[in-house]
Design a protein around this ligand. Structure first.
Ligand code: ADP
Length: 399
């Protein structure tokens, strides 16, 4: 079975074509600057990547070019579109109704359109991707896989904000959680690595990338997570503030005359590692500057570490125990210094890592960094949201 996985961003369209029998990626790539020029990077195993600059007016045009590349004599890996058995779409937000991965139907699209106001950044491009597929390959089954669905069983006292209840009832303001596909994937991988049924495990998964979130997973189900109504809540991120006192927003508007959009830009695009350090949103650059003695870079890293530690501590309390901690995504998988700092002085909770193993970890594979005799297992597990989407797509398309 061949499955095409699509991940549409506001000006990008990432794709991966999987052969599910061999779990192989046949081709993958990224269309960027959609709507403002356009580039495509197209990669196949054991072949030079192709880089094209062309006019990609919208997601439909980008998808058309991707399908042509996948089927082309020179750069292709299939003979025709009919070899694609199903398409899986990454959809950040499934709202309250779409609690699990779903076949894309007219009613699914209609519902997703109604929740665009609470998902303004990711909703429109995801919808554009689904509509383009329905137009270009109407015979092929489409499956939507939602970042939010891993959190659909979280209890109300953890997702209701203590504001007037009618804002939940009428406006659907509640915590939703994001990155669910990644947390679901790495927690399942961890159970495999430990050789234990996931039902018996209490896990805290730390997805630390440009956007970061931490999730408490009890018996395979997410019970709490750091992101909320939007991916803005939680720990400090590349350019997002994470949780701040909410009165800072009206205070800035009143005293500085900022519009709502301007404050949103500040907390979303100009804060986090970038805002505090004044150097970069990229953890590598901030780390480098901190090591060279830059105080604000050092502070930005300290804020990040403290946020991660606090979440781990509070989730141990919620889980009433802990079997394992997982680090994943760009920072979690690659930055041993951040992992070392997070796990430092956490032995009271049973978290102790082998510093040498952590420093000399192998990239790209699940890696155990637990110290000998530690009560809690600590692992680095590469995330693979696309593969998880392909698995869900295969399951639903075969139904
Ligand atoms: P996104 O949320 O955009 O998917 P990623 O998961 O790719 O982000 O993570 C991006 C972050 O990962 C950046 O802060 C970057 O510094 C960090 N990162 C990526 N590779 C490395 C590396 N080799 N060493 C340290 N940090 C890394």
């Amino acid at each position: 079975m061949k499955i095409l996985v699509l991940n549409a961003g506001s000006s990008s369209l990432k794709y991966q074509l999987f052969n599910m029998e061999s779990s192989e990626v046949l081709a993958k790539g990224n269309c960027e600057r959609i709507g403002a020029g356009g580039t495509i990077t197209h990669k196949r195993p054991n072949a030079d990547p192709l880089f094209e600059e062309l006019n990609l007016e919208n997601h439909g045009v980008a998808l058309e070019r991707v399908l042509a590349l996948l089927c082309s004599d020179e750069y292709g890996v299939i003979k025709s579109i009919s070899e694609i058995d199903a398409v899986g779409h990454r959809v950040a937000h499934g709202g309250e109704q779409l609690k699990e991965s779903s076949i894309v139907t007219e009613s699914v699209i209609k519902y997703l359109e109604t929740i665009v106001p609470i998902n303004p950044l990711h909703g429109p491009p995801a919808l554009a991707g689904m509509k383009a597929c329905l137009e270009l390959m109407p015979e092929v089954k489409q499956v939507a896989v939602f970042d939010t669905s891993f959190y659909s069983e979280i209890e109300d006292f953890r997702y209701i904000y203590p504001i007037p209840y009618e804002f939940y009832e009428n406006d659907k303001i509640r915590r939703y959680g994001f990155h669910g596909t990644s947390h679901r994937y790495v927690s399942a991988q961890l159970a495999k690595c430990l050789g234990k049924p996931i039902e018996e495990l209490k896990i805290i998964t730390c997805h630390l990338g440009n956007g970061s979130s931490i999730t408490a997973v009890d018996g395979g189900k997410a019970i709490d997570t750091s992101m909320g109504f939007s991916p803005q809540e939680g720990i400090e991120m590349g350019t997002r503030s994470g949780s701040i006192d909410p009165t800072i927003v009206p205070y800035l508007m009143k005293t500085k005359g900022y519009t709502a959009q301007e404050v949103e830009d500040i907390i979303n695009k100009k804060s986090g590692l970038l805002g505090v350090s004044g150097i970069s949103n990229d953890c590598r650059n901030v780390n480098e500057a901190a090591e060279a003695g830059n105080k604000r870079a050092e502070l930005a890293i300290k804020i990040l570490i403290n946020g991660i530690k606090k979440h781990i501590g509070s989730y141990v309390a919620e889980l009433n125990g802990l079997d394992a901690v997982v680090f994943t995504a760009g920072i979690g998988e690659n930055d041993w210094t951040i992992r070392e700092k997070v796990c430092d002085n956490m032995d009271y909770l049973g978290i102790e890592i082998d510093k040498e193993k952590n420093k000399n970890f192998k990239r790209g594979i699940p890696f155990d960094i637990t110290a000998k005799g530690a009560k809690v297992a600590t692992w680095v597990i590469p995330t693979d949201e696309e593969y998880m989407i392909a698995i869900d797509t295969q399951r639903l398309a075969n139904k």
